[in-house]
Design a protein around this ligand. Sequence first.
Ligand code: SF4
Length: 235
Amino acid sequence: METVPGLSGNPRTPSRRLELRELHREITSCRHCVDAGLLVRAAPVLPAPIPSQIVLVGQAPGRLEEAAGRPFSGRAGRELLSWLARAGIPSEEAARRRVYLTSITKCFPGASPGGTGDRRPSAGEVALCAPHLDRQLALLAPWLILPVGKLAIDRFLSARPLGVVVGRLFDGAGRELPAGDRPSSAHFPLLLPLPHPSGASRWLNRPEHRDLLEQALGRLSQLLRSPWPGRAKRL
Ligand code: SF4
């Protein structure tokens, strides 16, 4: 299986924060999907330019995120941040300081045609936005990536059902790392999938799926306590 694309960059350059700011400026001015007729308007949503080596990748910003200009600031975002709290990151502020929160596509795709939740970004939007994510990952060189929801999980682990990836840990080549194995830097970036926190997703309605989420958060808690590069001194 291929190594996760876009991860060959040098993790530690003195100007990394400046490079990240510049990359954010470029992404913020992107109008590719409007030019291609895929979106009515483009309003890319990005986190603060914190060069964290823990990267969380969701699907796309929602309406509230677009309005606030801040990722994961709506109801689903609050749910996700509550999961991170259960894994040991004690507050929203700590999570935003410690985890680089981004998404597969950067602009609100609009409501779903069926009226339940947001529209899933089209393959065209995903393809046009992919270079942005590749450049973010190349610049940050994360040791841990948290793909959230099916679209993000498919990006890193090809199309595998949620039930066989949530609760498990993978190396950057998509190989599972058994629970008893201690990962090393040779496995970076580690991939720890999480389900989508949106209330529109019914996946978490099943008790066995909630158990898988608990396993994933337990694994995340262990990883966050590991003495690896990018580990913040304080949560
Ligand atoms: S979704 Fe991505 S590629 Fe499309 S306009 Fe927004 S930033 Fe550009």
